[in-house]
Design a binder for this molecule. Structure first.
Ligand SMILES: Cc1cc2nc3c(=O)[nH]c(=O)nc-3n(C[C@H](O)[C@H](O)[C@H](O)COP(=O)(O)OP(=O)(O)OC[C@H]3O[C@@H](n4cnc5c(N)ncnc54)[C@H](O)[C@@H]3O)c2cc1C
Length: 331
């Protein structure tokens, strides 16, 4: 949407191909009670402010509404139900293949998001059939979780939010593999992102030493191990390393009998459908701020594409504008 805004303003001929049948698909697929960790002040795409009180933390459904409004407001040419199956080089530019049609494009921007394939640890396969297990991307609300002990695996923002929500109804345990640095959502009455913005940290690129240090560590926003234990009675464990039947064992040689496991273990990107030589031997995309070595092929919205803001609603505009400028350059 952000790159669409800039291309539209430049009068470019373009289309946006979206696999889902409705806009804002990634957000529609997240759990019901999700609240953003960025306040509304920091949730605007270019050109249209996120509506309502800027200091509140919007819900999932508000983001869906805002993104749908955004597409209508700027009359963005979004073609729904249009999954791209492959991108390959053509004589001039690229061939973009869908199930039912093909496009030839001089330039292509891949903006398929950083959260595509649920990452499941190997231990998931050894859990007995009597244990209900799901990835966090399939979790919607507590009603669907049956009685019994719940283990949430993964100590990021997702794991913490789901563990906290379920603690009202269940005995909940949280396994944390690598501790993330906890930050309060508000400090002295101001949003955490106000400080990151004021100190310039949100824009520090991975070309700087501080940017590289920040990129190497995830942050936990608005939660902490202490508060989860004290306020919600959730018991914390070390990394979950193995499972057998209904027993999950942890790296400190302790174990737990479980009824349900929720894997809040993150996502992998899937670029396997891009048939252009822009990946290294390990399959990682090679790019400079989203610009690849293959002329006219760009990426947008990757985690740390350029800075912490690259995959956040309120800051993606900066990379989007940068890519729009690259598109304008003679090839
Ligand atoms: C649990 C969670 C909470 C978050 N909270 C916040 C927050 O508080 N504030 C914030 O700023 N950010 C937050 N984020 C990050 C934010 O959601 C993402 O970084 C942002 O949505 C990325 O937007 P995107 O458009 O790049 O990707 P996505 O929103 O993932 O959209 C990618 C789109 O591409 C489509 N697609 C994928 N493959 C294809 C294909 N082959 N062909 C056609 N279409 C395809 C998908 O259907 C999808 O609609 C959160 C993320 C998660 C997972």
């Amino acid at each position: 949407m952000a790159i669409g805004y800039f291309l539209g303003r430049r009068g470019r001929d373009f289309t946006i191909l979206e696999a889902a049948e409705q806009p804002a698909a990634a957000w529609r697929g997240r759990w019901d009670s999700l609240e953003l960790f960025t306040s509304a002040r920091y949730d605007s795409l270019p050109g249209l402010a996120f509506p309502g009180d800027p200091v509140r933390y919007p819900t999932r459904d508000e983001v869906v509404e805002y993104l749908s409004l955004y597409a209508r407001h700027f009359e963005l040419p979004v073609e729904l139900g249009s999954r791209v199956r492959s991108i390959s080089r053509a004589e001039h530019g690229y061939r973009v293949a869908l199930d039912d049609r093909e496009y030839e494009a001089d330039q292509v921007v891949v903006a398929t998001g950083p959260f595509q394939m649920p990452r499941m640890p190997a231990a998931a396969e050894s859990l007995g059939a009597e244990v209900a297990q799901l990835h966090s991307s399939a979790y919607r609300s507590p009603d669907a979780i049956s009685a019994g002990t719940v283990l949430v695996v993964g100590g990021g923002n997702t794991g913490y939010q789901i563990a906290e929500e379920l603690s009202r109804w269940h005995e909940v345990h949280l396994a944390v593999g690598s501790r993330q640095k906890p930050f309060p959502q508000r400090i002295l009455g101001r949003d955490l992102f106000w400080y990151l913005e004021a100190a310039g940290l949100i824009r520090k690129s991975t070309a700087t030493r501080i940017g590289r240090r920040l990129a190497g560590r995830d942050t936990l926003i608005g939660s902490s191990p202490k508060a989860l234990r004290r306020d919600h009675g959730v018991e914390l464990h070390e990394r979950a390393i193995a499972a057998e039947g209904s027993t999950v064992s942890f790296s400190d040689a302790t174990s737990l009998e479980v009824g349900t496991v929720i894997w809040a273990t993150g996502f992998e990107v899937d670029h396997s459908w891009i048939d252009v030589p822009v990946f290294d031997e390990g399959g990682r995309l090679v790019h400079r701020r989203g610009v690849t070595e293959s002329a006219g092929l760009y990426f947008l919205g990757l985690s740390w594409q350029h800075s912490r803001g690259s995959a956040l609603l309120g800051w993606v505009k900066e990379d989007a504008e940068f890519i729009a400028q690259q598109i304008e350059r003679p090839q």
